[in-house]
Design a protein around this ligand. Structure first.
Ligand code: PBG
Ligand code: ZN
Length: 309
């Protein structure tokens, strides 16, 4: 009866699985602060993709780990950029597997910020041009959904216009509409080598203390043409997920970020918690809060549990 009256269910279709792709050959590097998460070189990438596919996962996101960085993050929009290559590889073998492109510059800029720098500040409007260029190059590589994550003002409108102009009118935008300046991103910045080299991201990411601002941020993205709304991080922001769910009629995505993953793994390694039960509880709470979709490094683990239950 307990199962019959359960209100919230996890499905493998809910998940987007993020994968780190690194330059080089024959590399499968475990990320120290993210046990069981690896950086894969392109020649080893399909091992991981096939494993995820066979577990029923149908949506992936790639993050690039590169050495040749510059001031303007050229690697983000290079035709043969690492994420573009990964996208092509995957779409060739699994055309029905969705590739969600994370559209940002921070993995490719030498200063590590999500946009272009003038003096000590991020130049919002200059950054938008490069972001639009990145989105189009990802669409050209075969990405199915564009997910801009740099939180610059006007980013959805600029990307929508650029995609439409390039003929990608059918490609939806999953906006990182509500993204907090959070300590939960630490392990990711190690994994993607994308920590800002000076300052922080507080001029473009939100104050964790703010709730109404989340609605404002999401509203402007909806007006600019967003098709999905993301809240990031997830666990400490379940109230915000609920607010966004109640306020808008678009699919809501929760990003279960690297720090949330690392905390669970660390406690599990000590034998202090029951990892499997905890992960299911955490992800279920994100759906209960109102998210339809969850971006999570736990996707494979949970897919395996769902398959066996
Ligand atoms: C930035 C970006 C971040 C993450 C992915 N892309 C946040 C940041 O470094 O400010 C974090 C994801 C995670 O922690 O899992 N565009
Ligand atoms: Zn960024």
């Amino acid at each position: 009866m307990r199962a019959m009256v359960r209100e919230t269910h996890l499905h493998v279709e809910d998940f987007i699985y993020p994968i780190f792709v690194i330059e080089g050959e024959n590399i499968k590097n475990e990320v120290p602060s993210m046990p069981s998460v690896y950086q894969f070189s392109l020649d080893r990438l399909m091992e991981e993709v096939t494993e995820a596919y066979e577990l029923g996962i149908r949506a992936l996101m790639f993050f690039g780990v590169v050495t040749g960085k510059d001031e303007v993050g050229s690697g983000a929009y290079a035709e043969d950029g690492i994420v573009q290559q990964a996208t092509k590889l995957v779409k060739e073998k699994y055309p029905e597997l969705l590739v969600v492109a994370d559209t940002c510059l921070c993995e490719y800029t030498d200063h590590g910020h999500c946009g272009v720098i003038h003096g000590n500040d991020v130049d919002n409007d200059e950054s938008l041009k490069l972001l639009a260029k990145t989105a189009v190059s990802q669409a050209e590589a075969g990405a199915d959904i564009i997910a801009p994550s740099n939180m610059m003002d006007g980013f959805v409108a600029v990307i929508r216009e650029a995609l439409d102009e390039a003929g990608f009118t059918h490609i939806p935008i999953m906006s990182y509409a509500v993204k907090y300046a959070s300590a939960f991103y630490g392990p990711f910045r190690d994994a993607a080598d994308s920590a800002p080299q000076f300052g922080d991201r507080k001029t473009y990411q939100m104050d964790p203390a703010n709730r109404l601002e989340a609605i404002r941020e999401a509203r402007s993205d909806v007006e600019e043409g967003a098709d999905f709304l993301m809240v990031k991080p997830a666990l400490s922001y379940l109230d915000v997920i609920r607010d966004i769910r109640n306020e808008f009629d678009l699919p809501v995505v929760a990003y279960n970020v690297s720090g949330e993953y690392a905390m669970v793994k660390a406690a599990a390694q000590h034998g202090w918690i029951d990892e499997q039960q905890l992960v299911i509880e955490m992800l279920t709470s994100m759906k209960r809060a109102g998210a339809e979709i969850i971006l999570t490094y736990f996707a494979k683990d949970v897919a395996a549990v769902l398959r066996n239950s």
